[in-house]
Ligand binder design. Structure first.
Ligand SMILES: [Zn+2]
Ligand SMILES: [Zn+2]
Length: 242
């Protein structure tokens, strides 16, 4: 499967990632990506950027060497209602919002609490991507998750980093295979993300591609195969032109 877009990546602004926007864009270009997005952690994560970092995204060129550029955020889900650590103008200036559960911001809850957190986040009209819902430390009901994702028109992320043997997330491979079966059943879309914290990982989807194949997952439900399919997860603002 040709995965041409990577929207889950981090820059030095995240505080624990190592590439500048330019180094990342150059790496994405060299990998032959058609679209590259950076999604730095939101302010609640230690070392993350302040609100103004995102508010100033109007200066970011949305094209580079013929490649589409998107400027997003990986927001933190802060409670079991799905409230995020971003507000106001940040929502209007970012091209997309990934909503994720991180142990530094929210303690793992019960299956019911984690589901309420995800469904609450999906109900936020700016949230179109749920980041790495593949971690056994945050158990979820995959049947309900896929059903709700399809209903809210939100994509579930297939996170390539979670599949790495050294990932802190647990049980990802098995969880992803379950999630893919449920997404197939309910017609929920998947967005593959590398979650690169250094430019060399950008566009590297080998592990994700392998599980998609194993799950016999239909290409039409994978948003990375065509830039235009990203409309499903990109918000309307004056910076993005189709
Ligand atoms: Zn990170
Ligand atoms: Zn994350």
């Amino acid at each position: 499967m040709n995965l041409r877009c990577d929207l889950h990546t981090h820059t030095i602004a995240s505080g624990h990632a190592y590439g500048t926007i330019k180094e990342n864009m150059d790496a994405a270009y060299e990998k032959g990506l058609e679209a590259y997005g950076f999604s730095d952690h939101a302010p609640a994560l230690d070392g993350g950027p302040v609100d103004l970092y995102f508010v100033n995204f109007r200066v970011i060129p949305r094209e580079y060497k013929g490649m589409r550029i998107f400027a997003g955020v990986e927001a933190n889900i802060m409670d079991y209602h799905g409230n995020l650590d971003i507000k106001g103008k940040v929502y209007e200036r970012v091209d997309y919002v990934i909503a994720s559960l991180h142990t530094l911001c929210i303690a793992p809850g019960s299956k019911e609490q984690n589901m309420a957190a995800y469904i609450g986040a999906m109900s936020n009209p700016y949230v179109k991507i749920i980041g790495h819902p593949d971690d056994s430390r945050y158990p979820v009901d995959y049947d309900e998750l896929a059903k709700q994702a399809a209903r809210h028109k939100v994509a579930l992320e297939l996170n390539n980093s979670s599949l790495h043997p050294e990932s802190v997330r647990q049980g990802a491979r098995e969880n992803v295979l379950t999630m893919l079966q449920k997404c197939k059943q309910y017609g929920a879309y998947i967005l593959c993300g590398t979650d690169a914290h250094i430019w060399t990982d950008i566009g590297e989807f080998a592990a994700a591609r392998e599980v998609l194949k194993e799950a016999n997952f239909p290409e039409e439900l994978v948003l990375n195969t065509d830039v235009n399919k990203l409309k499903y997860v990109i918000n309307d603002n004056k910076y993005v032109k189709w």
